[in-house]
Design a protein around this ligand. Structure first.
Ligand code: ATP
Ligand code: MG
Length: 484
């Protein structure tokens, strides 16, 4: 048996042998096993398990059989139920934890909620099956999510994800890691299964009160993550599993997460005082050779400057402006921008809200909202020049209120929507130093003095064809100020 190099002792054990027998529960297999890990296959539970049998596609069944073949003995520990997620980096399965009762599961903050959930969402009797054991006792089925990380992910990345999850154990609204195991290059992380509703189903029906519960839970998770100096880097609805009945969600997928300042790079211009930034920009090639007619016709020939590299991990549509501008000193504020995009999706009733094919497109989308003036300022902060000759992109941009009204096809916003829109402005702030932190966002009036004037959304997404005019000077001045 071996543990991942450099992994914190006692977090998990993994094995190199080709048999799953080697990872029978031991003292390190999970946090504080109740019986010092002395569980053998003979001691496997013999109670009656009252579980739901889900209908599974033939292809999914084959896939689950393959997993069982890769990890011989896994079926003594887990009964695979279904495939619940197929992401870029992993496949996730729902499984019944057959040895749940053999451990002290104090860490399992979901246990109670899950039990309630199973009662509330019980399948019709015809679909229920009972597995009788020798003693005929009835056992409540406990579910876990088995995340099989693709072998294409680098070992360092996998280790990083598991270590960060370990560091974050006990943080509210962050999905804890139960354990992990490996056979050769195959790694599986075991997480508590969290019942949730697909964002695509719920986002259009959300009242502002629902948005408040959703965001409070997400921001609580992020507050803890950021307190640990960890950037999640991939905040988006599929990585926040929200349960509208519990009004709680859990943050998952730390596959792209990193510790603040983990990557060595020379500090970005944004870390310097504004006078230093100004002098650097003034002495730049661009300032010394201004394009004739105000707009350059293309790229400089024989550009000798070294290309700039910065971490751009994340999902398109959710990347913060500083990530697009290749800032080399990214902070936890990149996650706060992504929270803003989720709020914009909820208020604007459109998913995905941003739909760019690449980073340049993404900048154009942002410029269409913020206008060129603010984009230029934001780019300059990171030592970049923003230029566009797209005629529809104006100089001033639009107010958030106008954008939300236009996007959700309503003529007026309710008072509670206006309040949510003010929070939106604080989150979708181009300058990361002015953007709200998770802690500050939780102190926003949206949470501390909520306006309860809420009406059901009556907009029709099909009627969203007309374009909005750019705000004229003077008009919507308050909104412009809110955005600055
Ligand atoms: N603990 C859990 N409980 C319930 N479902 C889960 C759990 N963890 C993951 N899932 C499901 O599996 C999906 C993929 O999980 P995760 O985001 O961790 O993997 P990924 O491969 O990194 O995905 P992606 O590349 O799409 O971001 C989630 O969106 C969710 O639907
Ligand atoms: Mg994911």
């Amino acid at each position: 048996m071996a543990s991942l190099r450099g992994a914190p002792p006692g977090v998990f054990e993994i094995q190199q042998s080709s048999s799953f027998q080697g990872i029978q529960p031991t003292t390190t297999h999970r946090y504080a096993p109740e019986n010092n890990g002395q569980v053998s296959h003979q001691e496997a539970p013999e109670e009656v398990s009252d579980f739901e049998e889900e209908e599974v596609d033939e292809s999914v069944r084959e896939d689950m059989n393959k997993l069982e073949d890769t990890f011989p003995g896994i079926s003594d520990r887990f009964r695979l139920v279904n495939r619940i997620g197929e992401g870029t980096f992993s496949t996730v399965y729902k499984a019944e934890d057959l040895l749940y009762d053999h451990y002290d599961n104090d860490w399992d903050i979901f246990g109670q909620a899950q039990a309630q959930e199973q009662e509330a969402w019980a399948s019709p009797p015809s679909k229920r099956r009972r597995v009788a054991g020798a003693h005929g006792r009835q056992r409540k089925a406990r579910y876990v999510a088995l995340k099989k990380i693709y072998v294409t992910s680098s070992p360092i990345r996998i280790q990083n994800e598991l270590e960060l999850l370990h560091d974050l154990r006990g943080c509210r609204s962050v999905c804890p890691l139960i354990t992990a195991f490996r056979i050769q290059d195959q790694v599986v992380a075991v997480l508590p299964y969290f019942p949730h509703t697909d964002f695509r189903i719920q986002y259009r029906t959300f009242m502002v009160a629902d948005m408040r519960h959703y965001l409070r839970s997400l921001l609580t998770a992020l507050h803890s993550v950021h307190e640990h100096d960890i950037l999640h880097r991939d905040i988006k609805p599929t990585n926040f599993l929200y349960n509208p009945d519990l009004k709680e969600g859990v943050l998952v997928d730390f596959g792209l997460a990193e510790r603040h300042g983990a990557e060595y790079a020379s500090p970005c211009l944004c870390t310097h005082q504004s006078y230093v930034r100004r002098s650097r920009i003034l002495s730049s090639y661009y300032s010394k050779n201004p394009p004739s007619g105000g707009l350059s016709g293309g790229y400089p020939k024989n550009d000798s400057r070294s290309s700039r590299r910065a971490n751009r991990a994340g999902t398109r549509g959710f990347r913060a402006p500083e990530v697009l501008f290749k800032c080399t000193s990214q902070t936890t504020k990149i996650d706060m921008w992504s929270v803003g995009v989720i709020l914009l999706t909820l208020l604007g009733r459109r998913f995905p809200f941003f739909n760019s094919a690449d980073d340049i497109d993404a900048m154009i989308e942002m410029a269409s909202i913020f206008g060129t003036r603010r984009m230029k300022t934001a780019a300059a902060m990171h030592g970049q020049i923003f230029e566009t000759n797209i005629p529809t992109i104006g100089e001033k941009g639009y107010s958030w209120e106008k954008l939300v009204k236009w996007s959700s096809c309503v003529e007026d916003l309710t008072e509670s929507e206006q309040q949510a829109t003010r929070l939106l402005a604080g989150l979708m702030e181009l300058d990361p130093t002015k953007r709200l932190s998770a802690e500050e966002a939780l102190q926003h009036e949206f949470f501390t003095s909520p306006v309860h004037h809420d009406v059901e959304w009556g907009g029709n997404p099909e009627e969203s064809g007309d374009s909005a005019d750019e705000d004229e000077a003077g008009e919507d001045e308050a909104d412009e100020v809110a955005m600055l």
